[in-house]
Ligand binder design. Structure first.
Ligand SMILES: *[C@@H]1O[C@H](CO)[C@@H](O)[C@H](O)[C@H]1NC(C)=O
Ligand SMILES: *[C@@H]1O[C@H](CO)[C@@H](O)[C@H](O)[C@H]1NC(C)=O
Length: 507
């Protein structure tokens, strides 16, 4: 009896011990029932035009927003305008095909006047003769303002008015000057006429606010913030089997109500509301710095002005970003819904060196820790970086998470894949990728963006259901969790709201 009792007692001690071990182990491993099952609230506080194109409908001269990439083919010569050497010298008209050096990106000064930026980031202007076209200055303000005049009945034909009030003309393959009156009949023999192609457009926060301008943009943005995501969405999320939201925010929201131009004030109130609603409906919030000053990836979703990546290039810029992180963390640290802070979204390896990112992550981590000792800190992998390159850094951090984004899109690998092949790719290749970064003593893993969309055309509802299930099965193994991109989108499959309500996703 005594023996049994003490054995029993010992057994219980071992059990309790074991449970403590399991519990503490479980805490670090984030047990399955606590894993994040989230939707992103994309396109709300950081504009993405493709998610709600109507937002851009009434911008005047809306083809010519900031960053639009234009190419110009001389009608008389039949060749493209080109910043020789990509910039730093003259403009020529001698290229029979066009790519980077032949592309000019607009900076919109008004609905009809622009600076024009070339490949190496100089701006188009006139040299000391006042007539010859060059791209030598890196200072937009001294470069001069251009206008683009479209032929009324054929908008692919244009004339370009230079800062001297005259029009560009391609006199020969290596002589482009601004000395045409530009008053001819748009004939094929008119050297001031160019055929324009729009090769790239951006529809982000920078474009919409600058496009509408300081008088109209505040109302347009407020109407969008008021209607795109509302309290009922949080209620729906909470009753759909999800437990969190990932909220993309832009750096300018941290200087509300008077953000730098062209951004407009007011967005911070909506982030405040999101935190209130999250608390009310018991949802966790992952605050995600989606747009950092200068743009960390050159995409519209990081509010790039013209596609270039200028984040992280100076200490000042990094310090500014750290202050943004600290501002948000301090503001919401006392709200129990603040679960994680993602320091920056999708920095691109081609523009952000690992050393720069590491330095920022280290400072950003400390800024979060000052106010939120236990919040998870999420480090987004670089686009085009090595999957485990952040592991050495993460090993010195606690409650740290690596974020990876998995789309069966944006790569020619998926071009000809069938339904079955897409599903197999998720079950085999994605699952292997995820497994490779999911380690027992390393950072937690988070599939912070995925979508049940692919390049397959004409797939049935059942196909989508199978694909959703495969994604959920595989991404459910991420030790931190996953987040769908996104809750609302005019493209149905990109809208988790629509996918759940229509039975394409079953949680
Ligand atoms: C275009 O013109 C420039 C200046 O004359 C010259 O250096 C360059 O080689 C030319 N390029 C082509 C493709 O003809
Ligand atoms: C997916 O993984 C399989 C098995 O490892 C491999 O044979 C295949 O090439 C991979 N597919 C792609 C598109 O990378």
């Amino acid at each position: 009896m005594i023996v049994t009792h003490s054995k029993n007692h010992l057994f219980r001690i071992i059990c309790v011990f074991g449970m403590i071990m399991i519990m503490s182990n479980a805490r670090t491993l984030n047990p399955t029932n606590q894993r994040i099952r989230a939707t992103n609230l994309g396109g709300w506080l950081v504009t993405e035009g493709w998610m709600k194109p109507s937002l851009f409908d009434s911008i005047p001269n809306k083809d010519f927003l900031d960053g639009v990439g234009l190419q110009f083919k001389s009608k008389t010569i039949g060749k493209f305008l080109c910043a020789e050497l990509g910039g730093g010298t003259i403009i020529v008209a001698n290229r029979s095909s066009a790519s980077g050096w032949e592309t000019f990106h607009l900076w919109r000064m008004s609905a009809t006047s622009f600076h024009m930026r070339v490949f190496n980031k100089q701006f188009l202007g006139l040299d000391s003769t006042g007539v010859n076209l060059v791209a030598t200055t890196t200072n937009s303000q001294t470069s001069g303002v251009f206008e683009i005049i479209r032929k009324p009945d054929d908008t692919s034909l244009v004339r370009i008015k230079a800062p001297n009030g005259l029009y560009l003309q391609a006199k020969s393959e290596d002589l482009v000057t601004a000395d045409s009156k530009g008053d001819g009949e748009w004939g094929d023999d008119d050297p001031s006429v160019f055929e324009m192609t729009i090769i790239e457009t951006f529809k982000g926060e920078y474009q919409i606010t600058r496009g509408y301008g300081p008088l109209r943009a505040p109302k347009i943005m407020k109407d969008h913030w008021d209607t795109f995501i509302v309290e009922d969405d949080f209620k729906f999320i909470a009753t759909s089997g999800l437990n969190a939201v990932r909220i993309p925010v832009g750096w300018w929201t941290a200087s509300d109500p008077t953000p730098p131009k062209p951004y407009v004030g007011g967005s911070l109130q909506y982030l405040d509301k999101a935190f209130l609603w999250a608390r009310k409906y018991n949802l966790k919030v992952i605050l995600d710095l989606h747009a950092a000053p200068g743009s960390q990836n050159g995409y519209e979703h990081s509010a790039t002005r013209d596609g270039s990546i200028e984040w992280g290039q100076t200490d000042e810029n990094i310090q500014e970003t750290v202050r943004v992180i600290e501002f948000f963390t301090a503001r919401y640290a006392s709200n129990p819904s603040l679960y994680a802070v993602e320091l920056i979204n999708e920095p691109r390896a081609s523009g952000v060196p690992l050393s720069v990112l590491t330095k920022y992550y280290d400072l950003g981590y400390k800024a979060v820790r000052k106010h939120a000792p236990n919040a998870f800190v999420i480090l987004s992998n670089r686009l085009g970086g090595e999957p485990k390159e952040l592991f050495p850094l993460a090993s010195g951090m606690k409650n740290v998470v690596i974020d990876v984004h998995y789309y069966n899109l944006f790569s020619s690998v998926f071009d000809d894949m069938t339904v079955e092949e897409n599903i197999e790719f998720v079950r085999t290749n994605r699952s292997a990728e995820l497994q490779a970064i999911t380690t027992s003593n390393g950072p937690l893993t988070f599939v912070g963006e995925w979508v049940s969309e692919w390049q397959v055309r004409g797939a049935t509802k059942e196909d989508y259901q199978k694909f959703s299930k495969a994604n959920l099965d595989v991404f459910g193994r991420a030790t931190f969790g996953w987040a769908y991109w996104s809750l609302k989108n005019v493209n149905n499959h990109w809208s988790m709201d629509w996918m759940i309500k229509n039975g394409y996703i079953n949680l």
